[in-house]
Write a protein that binds this ligand. Structure first.
Ligand code: ATP
Ligand code: MG
Length: 150
């Protein structure tokens, strides 16, 4: 019985395919889905020079860290919208800070997931190997079954 699925997303086409398959499986089993995106580093508090004056006038946060956080939020938000569109009812999302594979495996463990769904490749430049480094490491670290989507 599959009750909770952890879906790892990085905004790539492969992650979209993983999202579509996750929706099918979740609907079939009535499972809850936790969408996870992990940022390897927080980014600096630096404001780009060209924007410094605007930032001072408008009091907006355009630090590197803030932009990265917003992109991370948007990546999980889009996956959540796609799941909802496909009829999935129980969805949680999280944006983590740290090594992506370690964080994905950690979220799966702490949420007692029965299945991890992940893309075969991601946003990285397509190299010779079959699996991306995050896919490979999650398959290695996972304590539950891990479905790698082509
Ligand atoms: P590499 O990153 O090693 O250059 P790649 O980008 O092609 O290669 P991966 O990064 O392993 O391949 O991506 C495979 C899958 O892992 C993605 O489709 C996505 O499901 C997941 N993934 C990758 N990066 C992250 C991340 N930062 N947070 C959450 N999931 C991720
Ligand atoms: Mg990658």
């Amino acid at each position: 019985m599959i009750k909770r699925i952890v879906l790892a997303v990085d905004g790539s086409e492969h992650a979209s395919k993983a999202t579509a398959l996750t929706a099918e499986i979740a609907n079939k089993f009535g499972a809850a889905v936790t969408v996870v995106h992990a940022m390897p580093k927080a980014g600096s508090g630096r404001v780009p020079d060209e924007l410094a004056q605007f930032v001072e006038l408008e009091h907006v946060q355009v630090t590197e860290a803030n932009i990265m956080r917003q992109v991370g939020d948007e990546i999980v938000r889009r996956a959540e919208a796609a799941l909802r569109q496909a009829g999935v009812g129980k969805i949680a999302t999280t944006v983590e800070l740290g090594d992506p594979a370690t964080k994905i495996a950690e979220v799966a463990r702490t949420s007692a997931a029965d299945l991890i769904v992940i893309g075969r490749r991601g946003l990285g430049r397509v190299g010779g190997s079959l699996l991306g480094s995050v896919s490979l490491k999650v398959n290695h670290l996972a304590e539950c079954p891990c479905l790698t989507v082509k």
